[in-house]
Design a binder for this molecule. Structure first.
Ligand code: FES
Length: 77
């Protein structure tokens, strides 16, 4: 199965398969993504993946070669 390299905001990286939940991938890499509703509506879990904002609780790892994650800070939170 294909492996994707994920670069986390704390300068560590981990490998993951496409289709895995973002929260699981983060947990496995010891990264703490803040969460709220876990249902895709509050935005607490938003992260930036290769420049695109993703709600981690409802998204899975896309099929890509390498992904760089940044924590997205919403000024309204
Ligand atoms: S935890 Fe609320 S949108 Fe993800």
């Amino acid at each position: 199965m294909k492996t994707i390299k994920i670069n986390w905001p704390n300068k560590t990286s981990s490998n993951c398969h496409p289709g895995v939940d973002w929260l699981k991938a983060a947990y496995d890499a010891d990264i703490d993504i803040p969460t709220g509703c876990l249902g895709g509506s509050c935005g607490a879990c938003e992260i930036e993946v290769n420049g695109e904002v993703v709600r981690a609780c409802i998204a899975t790892i896309p099929d890509s070669k390498e992904l760089t994650v940044k924590f997205f800070s919403d000024p309204y939170w």
